[in-house]
Write a protein that binds this ligand. Structure first.
Ligand code: AMP
Length: 396
């Protein structure tokens, strides 16, 4: 079975074609600058060279057509007939409270996704465009939606409600949803496997990338996560501020003369590691600057470590103990120094850190010593494969 996995952004589209017989990637690629000048498709067949196709790509429908053509191409294609694509799995950001699991896409599902645009005005519309484009360009292909929020839907009301008037929750569905769910699900499932699939397990998953979040996963179910109503809550991130005294917002709006959009931009785009360091939103740049004596970069680094430690401590308490901690995503998989800084402060939980094992990037590895009371793993995330697996299960 061959499954095409799509991740549509407002002006980009990432894809991977999986052969689910052995879960191998047959080809992958990226369409950039959809609807903008200089739009470009970069396509790479497995084991082959990257091919760049610069052409006008005015919308997602043309983008999908180009992707299908690249997959069918005589030279760099990997299939002979479009019918070989057995199903398409779509990464979709917000499933609200409706989509507690991945599901087959029907007209009713798309209508519900359209209703949920209100909750994710930036992220859900491109997902819907991708679905419509596939309906047009790969007619009749079964499609599955995999939602970033679904895995967190097991949280109870004490965890997902905010301390606001209950009527506002009822009126606006104002609550914690959590994001990066597909990643937390993938790495927590793998971690349970590595623990020997025990019936009971307490795992803290740390997805540390440009956007970062933690999840507390008990017996395979999320009981708490650090992102909230939007992906802004929780850790200090690349350009997002993370947790804040909410009274700062009206204060700043008055002082700086900002309207709602202005304050939204400030806390989403100009804050976090970038805002504090003044250097960059990228962890590597910040680590370099800190090494060269940049004080604000050092503060940004320390803040990042502190917020991760704070959430690990909080989740260890909520779980009433921890069996394993997992690091994943760009910083979690590659940030050797960052992992060390975090793990060195977890001895109180029973983490015995193994510096030698930690000295690697992008690989699955256990970075706690044998016999450590709490085991610590680096597990590279693979959201695309998770989407392909869900898609296979739902269409079979
Ligand atoms: P992601 O959003 O998962 O792609 O992760 C992006 C983040 O990972 C950026 O902040 C990068 O600086 C960070 N990252 C990638 N490689 C490294 C590395 N070798 N050391 C530290 N951080 C890294």
């Amino acid at each position: 079975m061959k499954i095409l996995v799509l991740n549509c952004g407002s002006s980009s589209l990432k894809y991977q074609l999986f052969n689910m017989d052995d879960e191998s990637v047959m080809a992958k690629g990226l369409v950039e600058k959809i609807g903008l000048p200089d739009s470009l498709l970069t396509h790479q067949p497995a084991g082959g060279e990257k091919v760049k196709i610069a052409t006008e790509i005015p919308n997602h429908s043309v983008a999908i057509e180009l992707v299908v053509n690249a997959l069918l191409d005589e030279k760099h294609g990997v299939i002979r007939d479009m019918k070989e694509i057995d199903a398409v799995g779509h990464r979709t950001v917000h499933g609200g409270t409706t989509f507690t699991q991945s599901c087959r896409i029907t007209d009713a599902v798309v209508a519900e996704m359209e209703r949920l645009v209100e909750l994710a005005p930036l992220h859900n519309p491109p997902g819907i465009l991708g679905i419509r484009a596939c309906e047009e360009k790969i007619p009749g292909v079964p499609m599955v939606g995999v939602f970033d929020t679904s895995f967190h839907q097991t949280m109870d009301a004490a965890h997902y409600l905010y301390g606001l008037p209950y009527e506002l929750f009822e009126k606006y569905q104002l609550r914690k949803y959590g994001f990066h769910g597909t990643s937390h699900r993938f790495v927590s499932m793998r971690c349970r496997e590595l623990l020997g699939n025990p019936a009971e397990s307490k795992i803290i998953t740390c997805h540390l990338g440009n956007g970062s979040s933690l999840a507390a996963v008990k017996d395979g179910k999320v009981i708490d996560t650090s992102m909230g109503f939007t992906p802004l809550e929780g850790l200090v991130m690349g350009t997002r501020c993370g947790d804040l005294d909410p009274a700062i917002l009206p204060y700043l709006m008055r002082k700086e003369g900002l309207d709602a959009d202005g304050i939204d931009k400030l806390i989403n785009k100009k804050s976090g590691l970038l805002g504090v360091s003044g250097v960059s939103s990228d962890m590597r740049d910040i680590e370099d600057a800190a090494k060269n004596g940049n004080e604000r970069a050092q503060i940004a680094l320390d803040m990042f470590v502190k917020t991760v430690l704070r959430y690990i401590g909080a989740y260890a308490a909520e779980l009433n103990g921890v069996d394993a901690i997992v690091f994943t995503a760009g910083i979690g998989e590659n940030g050797i120094a960052m992992r060390e800084n975090i793990c060195r402060n977890l001895s109180y939980l029973g983490v015995e850190f193994d510096a030698k094992a930690n000295d690697c990037r992008g690989k699955e590895v256990e970075i706690s010593k044998p016999g450590s009371k709490v085991r610590v793993f680096v597990i590279p995330t693979n959201e695309e494969l998770m989407i392909a697996r869900d898609t296979k299960e739902l269409v079979q």
